[in-house]
Write a protein that binds this ligand. Structure first.
Ligand code: FES
Ligand SMILES: [Fe+2]
Length: 375
């Protein structure tokens, strides 16, 4: 497959992706356990859109445009816990569901219709221990209708009951260059020879569910009862067998999330990597969130901290600098195109689906995203 380099550099292409992908399909914005109780909140940004995720008193997650309806200041930063949000500019206050509760010095300000001035709300759903939203306040679609069954597949992790260990955000170039590195293992023994080692397999099996994928190394998890791929290829009965081997590998949730599975300190862990476009074509962020299935003791927690630092090093010092160079050279206009081999099926699937989603009418999206992999 040949891809024109301007897919990574064109401001026009980037605008199209923002409007037709990032503002129309459900995006994973956080793991449920990052908002562990009533009032827990977290701020994120996708393609320049600031989002406030917050869990209300009833436990429901909300995704709000993080902008005060007075004059647009951010009502929250970072993460934490809050009963209400007070805008730091003039002091308007908002509830956990975005309702405008109070106008500062209301008698001086004048009359406002508070009901009309709630924070903008994005359609949101919480499934499989992840919080998904469609970043268009005007969207009438339910994100739960557009997951195409991928939520059912990963529900087996029970991520809602897991524990957040650490997270960090790494800057990168165009979001697709940052994400491409998640979609093949071809580069692993070469680029990561000093970290994962040169003896790692460079092969992968790719399994698709609509635009989503699961990528696994042919040898499966060391110590697994049987190789993962035999289960996945349907050569062994799965009834009565443990679910965990079927969930190992890397899950790619369209458009920009990957979930890597492994064991650390004897505990099953996942690294949820969310690659989000920045405000400009040549910028992105990769947010790595490390979750553990059970509360680690001190020793396991120390092992997890080392693993987090290691994974940040692999991605931050090996993958992303490589992607940044690719961005730079493509911006010269001199390379023209790049190519994906037979063994880079994950990239072919991803870039094919990106174009398919961009071309689709909004009304077609739920059925398109739920369809089996087109040939
Ligand atoms: S911008 Fe928020 S109170 Fe003025
Ligand atoms: Fe990599």
């Amino acid at each position: 497959m040949v891809l024109s380099a301007d897919h990574y550099t064109s401001a026009e292409r980037f605008e199209t992706e923002k409007r037709r992908v990032f503002q129309r399909v459900p995006l994973v914005l956080a793991a449920s356990c990052e908002l562990p109780g009533p009032g827990a909140y977290k701020t994120v940004a996708v393609a320049g859109i600031p989002v406030l995720l917050v869990r209300d008193r009833q436990g429901k997650a909300h995704a709000l445009l993080n902008a005060c309806t007075h004059r647009g200041a951010a009502v929250a930063t970072g993460c934490g816990s809050a009963v209400r949000f007070t805008c730091p500019y003039h002091g308007w206050t908002f509830g956990q569901d975005g309702t405008l509760l109070g106008v500062a010095s209301a008698a001086d300000f004048g009359t406002v219709d508070k009901a009309m001035l709630a924070m903008k709300r994005f359609p949101v759903t919480e499934r499989a221990g992840l919080i998904w939203a469609i970043l268009d306040p005007a969207s009438t679609q339910n994100p739960a209708d557009m997951l195409g069954g991928i939520d059912d597949l990963i529900a087996g992790f029970n991520l809602a009951d897991w524990t957040m260990i650490e997270n960090r955000t790494l800057p990168g170039p165009n979001w697709k260059l940052a994400f491409d590195a998640h979609l093949e293992f071809y580069h692993v023994p070469v680029l990561h020879r000093d970290t994962f080692g040169p003896e790692r397999s460079n092969r992968a099996f790719y399994f698709a569910q609509g635009p989503h994928q699961r990528v696994i190394a042919p040898q499966g998890r060391p110590g697994a009862l049987v190789p993962d791929d035999l289960y996945a290829l349907g050569r062994l009965p799965t009834s009565g067998e443990p679910l965990a081997p079927l969930l190992m590998g890397e899950w790619i949730l369209f458009p920009g999330t990957s979930i890597n599975t492994f064991y650390t300190g004897g505990i099953r862990c996942v690294l949820v990597s969310i690659v989000a476009p920045g405000a400009e074509v040549a910028t992105s962020t990769t947010t790595q969130t490390f979750l553990a299935e059970t509360q680690p003791d001190e020793e396991s927690r120390a092992a997890m901290s080392r693993m987090c630092a290691f994974l940040a090093h692999v991605v931050g010092d090996e993958d992303l600098p490589t992607s940044a160079f690719q961005q730079q050279v493509m911006a010269t206009g001199m390379l023209g195109e790049v190519r994906f081999g037979r063994n880079e099926g994950g990239l072919q699937h991803f870039h094919g689906w990106l174009d398919r989603v961009i071309a689709a009418d909004t009304s077609e999206l739920p059925s398109l995203l739920a369809a089996p992999c087109p040939q």
